[in-house]
Ligand binder design. Structure first.
Ligand code: IPD
Ligand code: CA
Ligand code: CA
Length: 269
C-alpha cells in the first residue's frame, strides 16, 4: 500500500512540476477568502485518486478538492492533500508537497509526503518507522525551548484569532532560538520527523494537511497532540508536534491560549 501511495504522490508531483515554468498562467480561484484552488491542485488530485483507485477500488478517499469519495468498504480511507502550499506554489516560492495518508479502521497506517522540487520523499508505516529517501529518520534530541527551532503556521484567515495566535508566537519567539513559517504544514511536520525542526504548532488545519505528517512524527519517535495535550488533533485540525521532552514545554505555552486559538473553525475532517 505504501508503494502505491508513493506512486500516486509521484504522479501528482509530475503534474505540479510540469507547470513550474508557467505558474503565472495557472488558472486559480478562491474557495473562500485567502483559500485558493488552482487547476494544478485539481489535476494533481485527479492523478493521485486515479492511481489509488486502480489498485484499491473499494477504499474510501477523503481528498481536499473532491471531499469524501465513499468506497464499498469503510475499513480503509485515504486522506489526500494534492498540493499542500498552494499559495507558495502560485507565488513561485518553492515550498509545497503532496501529502497522502491511509487510515485502517480509523488508525493512521501509512504516510507519504513528497516535495516535487527537492524530490525528497518522506514515508512512514505504523510500527515500522519513518524514512526520508529510504533512510531512517528520527526526531532531534532537543529537550528544552532554549535550544529549540520551531515551525508554525500563523493566523491569516478571516475568523482566525489573531490575538491569541500572536501572543503564543511572541512567547515562543522569546523562549526559543527561532521560529519559521514556511507555508506547507505537511513539510513542517516532515521537518520535525527528520529532526530539522524540534517542534511545530498550528491551529485550524484540516485532516489532509496533517494526517501523513503526524504519523511521520510519531514513527520518528516524536509526539503529536492537540493544543490541550489531547488526542483530538485530526478532528480539530489544531496540532502540536515535537520531541518527547520538548512537547510538554510547548504545551505549557500553548494551553492557556488553546480555546481562543481554536475558536469556532471546522477542520474539514
Ligand atoms: C495550507 C498550508 C499552510 C497552512 C494553511 C493550509 P493548502 O494548505 O498547509 O501551511 O498554514 O492553513 O491551508 O491550502 O496550501 O493546501
Ligand atoms: Ca494543505
Ligand atoms: Ca491543498
Amino acid at each position: 500500500m505504501l508503494n502505491i501511495a508513493v506512486r500516486a504522490a509521484r504522479a501528482g508531483g509530475k503534474i505540479i512540476t510540469r507547470h513550474l515554468n508557467r505558474v503565472d498562467q495557472v488558472r486559480f480561484s478562491a474557495k473562500a477568502a485567502k483559500d485558493f484552488v488552482s487547476e494544478v491542485d485539481q489535476a494533481s488530485e485527479a492523478a493521485i485518486v486515479s492511481t489509488l483507485r486502480k489498485s484499491f477500488p473499494d477504499h474510501a478517499i477523503l481528498a481536499e478538492e473532491s471531499g469524501l469519495l465513499a468506497g464499498s468498504s469503510d475499513e480503509f480511507r485515504w486522506i489526500i492533500d494534492p498540493l499542500d502550499g498552494t499559495t507558495n506554489f502560485l507565488h513561485g516560492f518553492p515550498q509545497y508537497a503532496i501529502s497522502i495518508a491511509l487510515e485502517h479502521k480509523g488508525r493512521l497506517d501509512q504516510a507519504v509526503i513528497y516535495n516535487p522540487i527537492s524530490q525528497d520523499l518522506y514515508t512512514a508505516s505504523r510500527g515500522a518507522g519513518a524514512e526520508l529517501n529510504s533512510r531512517r529518520i528520527r526526531v532531534s534530541n532537543c529537550r528544552q525551548l532554549g535550544s529549540a527551532l520551531l515551525g508554525t503556521g500563523l493566523p491569516f484567515r478571516e475568523g482566525d484569532d489573531f490575538d491569541s495566535g500572536f501572543k503564543v508566537l511572541r512567547e515562543f519567539s522569546e523562549l526559543t532560538v527561532g521560529i519559521r513559517r514556511p507555508g506547507a504544514a505537511s513539510l513542517d511536520l516532515a521537518a520535525v520527523a527528520a529532526g530539522q525542526f524540534d517542534g511545530f504548532w498550528e491551529a485550524h488545519l484540516s485532516a489532509w494537511d496533517i494526517a501523513a505528517g503526524a504519523l511521520m512524527v510519531r514513527e520518528a519517535g516524536g509526539l503529536v497532540t492537540d493544543l490541550n495535550g489531547g488526542e483530538n488533533w485530526l478532528q480539530s485540525g489544531s496540532i502540536v508536534a515535537g520531541t518527547p521532552k520538548l512537547l510538554p514545554e510547548m504545551l505549557k505555552v500553548i494551553r492557556p491560549h488553546a480555546s481562543a486559538m481554536t475558536g469556532l473553525h471546522k477542520s474539514g475532517y
